[in-house]
Design a protein around this ligand. Structure first.
Ligand SMILES: *Cc1c(COP(=O)(O)O)cnc(C)c1O
Length: 377
């Protein structure tokens, strides 16, 4: 079965884990610090703070930037639910914004402008599928309105321009992302004071860490804020250092596979739209396509599974989930809803080759033809 996403893990990761166990220090220490510095450097950032997940990182960043009850935060609904959840954790209110179009499923600046009120304090950009939103346009948008700009860069690890658009950014190292530490996340912030606050919030609000106390750099600690336990550990950081070194090659493979998909889809499935036709920087995290209107997506997915091709849907819109519908009734985002009805994510990961891409587009063409001709399966 060709999977939608698959991590690459091997001997180097095993050796890195074994080295941590041999060292005997498994909680946050020197490897976490080295991973932070290496990840920052790979993206041209000055520094970074590693956390337990992207979700935790988003929560801490929003707190460190001062968001809370009474504030509104503009978010896309075409994202993973964690983007909006992180806003609710702080007591602030997520305000859902439509996408630009079904062929450009990134948060729409014009709809975002229409949804600004006196309470709007921030915008969270999501680099959906790995594609970077327009940096200058969003900086102007935020600056002219006095808003904070935050990147949910979960889809964009290894993209050098990612994480440098706004006031803060958070990456994910969950198992299906471009690089993984099983669970994990990384935070960037423009203002060092914000990053320092995130560092303190990640470890119970303490003014120094266990490692610093052990190495004699600090003898005691104070608690000066309500913190959390959102630390990364040495085992994850060790895997992260290995994965980070391999990430540029993997992302180059993803880029080549995505380009091959675009050529083959045009040839084999001309009525299937691959969004993001205009070139823009991308980490090519997932490969969503837009099916022709009227196609029974579930039947198509079942048909493809029978041909050894797993598919997925990224995403059911956040505003459509029961929890969100009950709290924010009446949200109406026509372009997001149409995209969500028609989108299907095809396999994309660096274990694949161009022959796999061709198997997928041929299987998709067959499955579409079955439905058109209504041939019994
Ligand atoms: C995966 C993902 C997250 C959550 O990341 P975790 O590290 O699992 O917390 C948040 N936002 C987006 C867009 C994601 O894809």
């Amino acid at each position: 079965m060709l999977l939608v996403a698959e991590p690459i893990l091997g001997e180097e990761e095993k050796a890195a884990l074994a080295a941590v166990i041999d060292d005997g220090w498994i909680t946050m220490g020197d490897r976490v610090r080295a991973f932070e510095q290496a990840f920052a450097e790979a993206h041209g950032a000055r520094d970074a703070v590693a956390v337990g997940s992207c979700t935790a990182g988003l929560h801490l960043v929003l707190l460190a930037l001062g968001l809370g009850p009474g504030d509104e935060v503009l978010v896309p609904s075409m994202t993973f639910v964690a983007t909006a959840n992180s806003v609710l954790y702080t007591g602030a209110t997520p305000v859902f914004v439509d996408i630009e179009g079904v062929d450009l499923p990134l948060i729409s600046p014009s709809d975002a402008a229409a949804k600004c009120t006196e309470r709007t304090k921030a915008v969270i950009l999501v680099h959906y599928a790995g594609y970077l939103p327009d940096r200058e346009a969003w900086r102007d948008f935020a600056q002219s309105r006095g808003l904070l700009l935050i990147e949910d860069a979960a889809h964009a690890a290894g993209l050098p321009q990612a994480g440098r658009i706004g006031d803060a950014a958070v990456f994910s190292f969950y198992g299906n992302k471009n690089m993984t530490t099983a669970e994990g996340g990384m935070v960037f912030a423009e203002d060092d004071a914000v990053l320092d606050t995130v560092r303190q919030l990640r470890a119970h609000g303490m003014t120094s860490g266990a490692r610093q106390r052990l190495t004699g750099h600090a003898s005691g600690y104070d608690v000066t804020m309500l913190g959390f336990n959102h630390r990364m550990d040495e085992l994850r950081a060790a895997i992260g250092l290995v994965q980070l070194a391999r990430l540029p090659a993997w992302n180059a493979t993803r880029r080549d596979l995505a380009a091959h998909y675009r050529r083959r889809l045009a040839q084999d499935c001309p009525d299937v739209v691959m969004p993001f036709a205009d070139p823009r920087p991308s980490a090519h995290h997932i490969l969503p396509v837009l099916l022709p209107a009227g196609i029974d997506r579930q039947r198509l997915a079942d048909d493809l599974r029978g041909d050894g091709v797993q598919t997925s849907v990224h995403y059911a819109p956040v505003h459509s989930f029961t929890f969100y519908r009950e709290r924010f009734p009446g949200v109406n985002l026509p372009r997001t809803e149409e995209f969500a009805r028609r989108t299907l994510s095809l396999p994309l990961h660096p274990k694949m080759g161009t022959d796999d891409v061709e198997s997928v587009t041929r299987a998709l063409a067959r499955a579409l033809a079955h439905q058109r001709e209504d041939v019994p399966q």
